[in-house]
Design a protein around this ligand. Sequence first.
Ligand SMILES: NC(=O)c1ccc[n+]([C@@H]2O[C@H](COP(=O)([O-])OP(=O)(O)OC[C@H]3O[C@@H](n4cnc5c(N)ncnc54)[C@H](O)[C@@H]3O)[C@@H](O)[C@H]2O)c1
Length: 328
Amino acid sequence: MEKLIGKLQEWGTRQVVVLADSNVAALYPRYFENLADAFPCHFMEIPAGENSKNVENAVRVWERLLELNMDRSDTLLMFGGGMVCDLGGFIAATFKRGIHCVYCPTTLLAMIDAAIGGKTAVNLNHVKNCVGLVRQPDYIMSPDLAFLETLPAEELKSGFGEIIKYALIASFPLFDELRKTEVLSADSIQESWIQKCVAIKNRIVESDPCDYKERHVLNFGHTFGHAIEGYQASLGQSIPHGAAVAAGLLYESELSEKITGLPHDQLLEIKNLVRRHFDVPEFSKELWRKWVPFMHQDKKNKEGKINFTLLKEIGTPVISVYIQDYPF
Ligand SMILES: NC(=O)c1ccc[n+]([C@@H]2O[C@H](COP(=O)([O-])OP(=O)(O)OC[C@H]3O[C@@H](n4cnc5c(N)ncnc54)[C@H](O)[C@@H]3O)[C@@H](O)[C@H]2O)c1
């Protein structure tokens, strides 16, 4: 907290708005007590859940910032998971063309992914992340692992799925450590894993901040993952993001064996780890037929072919692999 206070003083911040979702606000009402002693702080809450990541909530917050007469030296601090970070990051980037933006991530997924890289967005008419921009936050608070103690198991799993992804695209040693995880709980999440994932994401984002090429490696597992989520949503059902991505990691590893030469023994290790923590159905032509229309909607596709990131081996990704027909 002292480091944050130092930053705010450096920026000449006169007042801070803390934006939290309703769950986080209820669980941690006093987390920013010390900050509120040092600076005038205004607390704002929005309902928890992805449905809140919309323009209407952006307008509500912009109006409040205007009412408080916030200027560009002032700070909007996001307290929550990826939903709050994406929404609040967008608000901070656009209000008066940019006020200071701080993230305090409270989910595993936000600690290792959503708070890093500067992508901000709101959803529009059920189109995810339809309106947004890339703008790096001014400061990200160090992940506080105590937040994981209250995180629902499903959310912890979502974050763990992303940790597996980082290992697969960038670090065999990290994969080796993850392989040893028998049961997933807040206590089993190592701080060193979070630090490694943050370093991997920072390195990739620095090489391609606006997501033209190198940053596509971060999509490993997500081509299938997003299609599965889209298909479920079209049925009016939902699937936890982590479960969809875990299935994507497994299927895209199978594709990697076929197309980019992922060694068979590595594929078996990946299957072992993913299936130990996630319930993933065997791949079939029938599933492909259901999901393929959703994969065709991906912005990164070219000439009707689906753009995959695959693996040559664990830790060595290959971007821009285009596939048209049933690949198995
Ligand atoms: N900007 C990016 O680069 C990026 C990357 C990945 C995901 N995202 C976005 O992030 C969002 C998903 O993030 P998420 O998984 O963190 O979801 P989320 O922010 O919706 O949080 C998930 C649930 O956990 C609750 N929660 C948060 N912290 C808690 C805690 N410590 N204890 C108990 N409950 C807690 C929330 O209230 C919510 O119900 C999506 O909107 C996605 O598009 C963005």
